[in-house]
Design a protein around this ligand. Structure first.
Ligand SMILES: [Zn+2]
Length: 1006
């Protein structure tokens, strides 16, 4: 009873069917099991508002390949899924929507209501991104799905913050932050873009007064400087020159008047801030509004620091008469005043780098603010320095990077030991559990401390610090003790409005998702020892982290340090850094540029397996991969390569070269086009994977039609015919190599090895060779056993990369041959997902047989080449003579049964003494010389004429190129690569002529 597979593979039907099947069977769920070795990956949590892009598709496919492979190897495989609340990204989206739809700001709604709205938004979008991950086949343990803001993760965040606060790692400090005046929050460097912008570049002067305390000198002198932000003059606290600049040496230490405020500020010398070669050589210093000036202030704290901005970007009280003006209005007014006072020197137009907030698209202001920090430096109280602890884990090899070079970025960044600013002025996130009170006078401050400190110290879930310079007490609570909060509130304490940086919660991801700090609340676990909890104990440390190089510092480094801090254990053993998928021009794919490919479109057009195959095939150890993008004609499906002018909404319409109809190129169009449809984006790079799936489908289909009468039985490999031993040797060799490539994260090798073995060796060679034996009753049985046994192995090898086609064929094969395998058959597992990863006896690897077959394949290819050269059709059988050593001839004769049909041969003679036939096409190889008789197949006269003309044409072009190269002017004047090209052309043409002459000689011997 033969099962007939449908003619073509239908990826959509397969995806739908198997996703449901796998889910119902619960294959992806993992429970702690002391009998099995764990293999764990935590997913880099995608932003909860995000939609699947190529980066996700790549990263998550590779994680899935690892998890599926290890699951087959018998590991207790857990892939922990989840999403990130993505503080600013999410809040910005909801705030924007609120403004557009209801014309309201977050302040109109209030904190609780806004947070409620964001939760609703989150529920909707989390379902979308998780659904898309399922669609790419991600075999996550969905039952364990976590969210960085859910109660389990929140408890870990609260506990970590409390511990760090108590242990003195967290402190309150001032810092110059990137301030988004629109969203009114600080944003991280990687949340900003720097855009070249046209701006003014003003030069002004300040009047020099004299030494501090001394009366003004009689002779007024001026000192001039330039700026792109005149309004910041309101916050100037010094003017700075280079200590060795002769022009200004005499002025160092004197005062100048800041004319808008009347403030007297000093002229200071600082070799790092002022550059005598730039402009006037003198710069103004605004510590609160410029990072370089702030650094200068830290070297010269005596100059002081003045913040002139309100959080919304208007001028504050420190700006005197300019108070309340927007910073850009203030810029005009401040400049005008300088003109009026005769202190304006001039203005140039310049292009300056302007920092723009990613989220609000408004200019960033450097802004001095009070923030919470985590101390990264070494400590002298016996407690470990966090940065050093994380560095040690990599330098001593506990955490390994693949490729190794990425360890450098990690170590360099941590080596700076820069404190980590963890507070954000947002409402969406983990609200900081610190209650603070600033005392009006020193006495109350000290009295309160004297009275209360002992009480606070006696409560295990309370930690506190006092900031003397601001007379502020900060009290951190390990959990919301309502009585205590009520008492503190009554006492004038208020909880911080800030939330924690999103990276603070994702830094805990490998242990928070597994339930740290354990099932009990912190106060029931007073020692805060490593908790005794099954999941955490079983799966932590995790095995491999797969992530992108952009977040080695922001995320990977921080996971290592929190893991070590909280559990005294690294979070993962291996970190694999993925390459990036760039567009065809080498640019990062982005929504705004419209140069990206939507993975869901690819799944729709080519199938999930094709998408997965592609991303696996480009993930090698080396470089990013360019993916040329096409517009897919919405009328006829033709792919029209994307050009740079199609991007960024520049080209409004395109005409399809095939069907001539018009469409709009794909991209981030803001509104529908009513006149013409918009193209989806696609790429022919996915065709390889699609064709590969079809090839396996067709091979299986052929096999199934030839499995009538199949019976399972043991196979004595040593007694098998040569072609079987060759195939099994190749299967064993390939399986070993694929396993080694997976172990070393060489994904592209995995794809190539499997592809070459299946496509070429199994489908193109072996199946062809097996056709004869399948027809003969006596040999049919063993041939069927080898075919089913090898296909069984192939599907196991393919499953991690292309699970849908593998599962489809596994079930089809199972209907006919449920008991199969080599050397001894066994009942196949009900799904390839839970099938064992193949291993084959080392004894199968037979190098001499592989070498014999390689030579035989070479001979067949040679004959095919001659056939092509003389355009002899496939049906015509050829007479072939092969001149070779006796042993080679004996081997060819032994394999003649395959050589004949594979090369389409009528008569075959081989041996050292065979004569070269007249009028023949030949190929010379190291071990043999093959000749194909052309008598009667071609008209020698016409063929010789054709060849002679071709040779003459080639000679002519060769002469031309040589003449060019002997022209000294050309050689000297042309770019070196052009000259090189011409030299290569000469060599190529010479080779072609030699080959044509060889063909001509073949015919002349007629
Ligand atoms: Zn078309």
């Amino acid at each position: 009873m033969a099962t007939e597979l449908p003619k073509a593979y239908d990826p959509k039907a397969a995806q739908e069917k198997w996703l449901t099947f796998w889910e119902q069977k619960g294959y992806f769920h993992s429970e702690p099991d002391p009998a099995k070795k764990p293999y764990t990956i935590v997913i880099p949590p995608p932003n909860v508002t995000g939609a699947l892009h190529m980066g996700h598709a790549l990263n998550n496919t590779l994680q899935d390949v690892l998890i599926r492979w290890r699951r087959m190897q018998g590991y207790n495989a857990l892939w922990m899924p989840g999403t990130d609340h993505a503080g600013i990204a999410t809040q910005a989206v909801v705030e924007r929507q609120l403004l557009q739809q209801e014309k309201k700001t977050r302040h109109d709604l209030g904190r609780d209501e806004l947070v409620k709205r964001i939760w609703q938004w989150k529920d909707q979008y989390e379902a979308r991104i998780l659904g898309q991950l399922r669609e790419i086949g991600a075999s996550c343990d969905w039952k364990r799905t976590r969210f960085t803001l859910d109660p389990v993760c929140a408890r870990a965040v609260r506990e970590t913050f409390f511990k760090m606060f108590r242990d003195g790692y967290i402190y309150r400090g001032k810092r110059l932050v990137n301030w988004d005046t629109h969203l009114q929050t600080s944003v991280a460097d990687d949340e900003t873009d720097t855009v070249p912008t046209k701006s003014g570049f003003w030069t002004f002067k300040y009047q020099v007064l004299g030494e501090p305390g001394a009366p003004a000198t009689g002779e007024p002198e001026f000192i001039s400087f330039s700026t792109t932000r005149p309004e910041t003059m309101l916050g100037d606290t010094a003017v700075c020159v280079h200590p060795s600049d002769e022009r200004y040496k005499a002025l160092i230490g004197k005062l100048v008047t800041q004319p808008h405020t009347g403030r007297k500020i000093p002229i200071i010398a600082d070799g790092q801030l002022a550059d005598p070669a730039l402009g006037t050589g003198c710069v103004k210093v605004t510590p609160a509004h410029d990072p370089n000036d702030y650094a200068c202030y830290q070297r010269h704290p005596e100059i002081g620091i003045i913040n002139i901005l309100n959080p919304d970007g208007t001028i504050n009280d420190a700006g005197g008469e300019y108070k309340g003006l927007d910073r850009y209005k203030a810029r005009e007014a401040v400049t005008k005043k300088m003109e009026d006072l005769g202190l304006y020197v001039g203005k140039e137009d310049r292009e300056v780098p302007l920092k723009i907030s990613d989220r609000s698209k408004t200019p960033i202001e450097p802004y001095l603010s009070d923030q919470w920090f985590v101390k990264m430096a070494d400590r002298n109280d016996g407690k470990p320095g966090l940065a050093q602890m994380a560095m040690d884990a990599v330098t001593d090899g506990r955490v390994k990077f693949f490729p190794e070079r990425y360890a450098t970025s990690y170590l360099d960044w941590l080596g700076e030991k820069r404190d980590w600013c963890i507070s954000r002025q947002l409402w969406w996130g983990h609200r900081i559990a610190v209650w603070s009170r600033t005392f009006a006078d020193q006495k109350t401050f000290e009295d309160t401390l004297a009275l209360e400190a002992g009480t606070w110290a006696s409560i295990p879930h309370v930690a506190w610090t006092a900031q003397d310079e601001t007379r502020t007490v900060h009290i951190c609570l390990a959990h919301d003790d309502q009585d205590l909060i009520a008492a503190l509130t009554a006492d004038g304490f208020a909880q911080s409005d800030d939330v924690l940086d999103t990276w603070f919660s994702s830094a805990l991801w490998p242990h928070s998702t597994l339930g740290w700090p354990g099932p009990s609340l912190p106060e029931a676990n007073p020692g805060r020892e490593a908790p005794d909890w099954d999941a955490l104990r079983s799966y932590y440390p995790t095995s491999t982290l797969v992530t992108s190089r952009d977040i080695i510092t922001l995320w990977v480094a921080r996971m290592v340090l929190t893991g070590l801090y909280n559990l005294n254990e690294i979070p993962f053993h291996h970190v694999y850094i993925t390459p990036k998928v760039l567009d065809g021009f080498g640019e990062t794919m982005s929504k705004t540029k419209g140069n990206g490919v939507d993975p869901l479109d690819i799944i729709d057009t080519y199938g999930t397996d094709a998408l997965r195959y592609y991303v696996t095939s480009i993930a090698g150890e080396t470089q990013d991969s360019k993916l040329p993008v096409s517009n897919q004609c919405p009328h006829c499906g033709e792919l029209i390569p994307q050009k740079q002018e199609h991007l960024g909404l520049r080209t409004k319409k395109l005409a399809c070269p095939k069907c001539k109809k018009e469409f709009r190129p794909g991209g981030p169009w803001p509104v529908e086009d009513t006149e013409r449809p918009t193209a989806k984006q696609a790429s022919d790079r996915f065709e390889q994977g699609r064709n590969f799936a079809n090839k396996m489908w067709n091979a299986t289909r052929f096999m199934l039609m030839n499995l009538d009468g199949y019976t399972p039985g043991p196979v004595d490999v040593a007694a098998l015919p040569t072609e079987d031993r060759w195939l099994l040797s190749r299967l064993a060799t390939t399986t070993k190599a694929v396993t080694a490539a997976l172990e070393a994260y060489r994904f592209s090798d995995v794809a190539r090895l499997v592809y070459d073995f299946v496509w070429s060796e199994f489908c193109d060679w072996y199946i062809e060779m097996s056709k004869g034996r399948l027809k003969v009753p006596a040999t049919r049985g063993p041939a069927q056993r080898v075919l089913t046994g090898v296909l069984d192995g192939i599907l196991r090898l393919v499953q991690p990369v292309m699970p849908f086609v593998a599962e489809s064929l596994w079930h089809a094969l199972g209907e006919v041959a449920p008991v199969r395998g080599l050397p001894s058959p066994a009942q196949a597992e009900e799904s390839v997902v839970i099938a064992k990863w193949p291993t084959y006896p080392e004894a199968w690897i037979d190098a001499p047989v592989e070498a014999r077959f390689a030579r035989m394949q070479d001979l067949v290819r040679s004959v095919r080449e001659v056939r092509n050269r003389y355009q002899v059709d496939d049906k015509t059988k050829l007479d072939v003579t092969v001149k070779c050593a006796d042993a080679v001839a004996a081997d060819f004769n032994a394999l003649a049964a395959f050589i004949g049909p594979l090369a389409g041969i009528a008569t075959f003679t081989a041996g050292p003494g065979v004569a070269k036939p007249k009028q023949a096409g030949g190929i010379v190889r190291p071990e043999f010389e093959a000749h194909v008789s052309l008598v009667g197949l071609i008209d020698p006269g016409a063929e010789m004429k054709r060849l002679e003309k071709q040779i003459a044409d080639k000679r002519k072009s060769l002469d031309g190129t040589r003449a060019k190269l002997s022209n000294e002017k050309f050689v000297a004047g042309a770019p070196p690569e052009v000259v090189q090209q011409q030299r290569e052309l000469v060599a190529d043409t010479e080779k072609q002529i030699a080959a044509l002459e060889e063909n001509l000689r073949d015919l002349q011997t007629a």
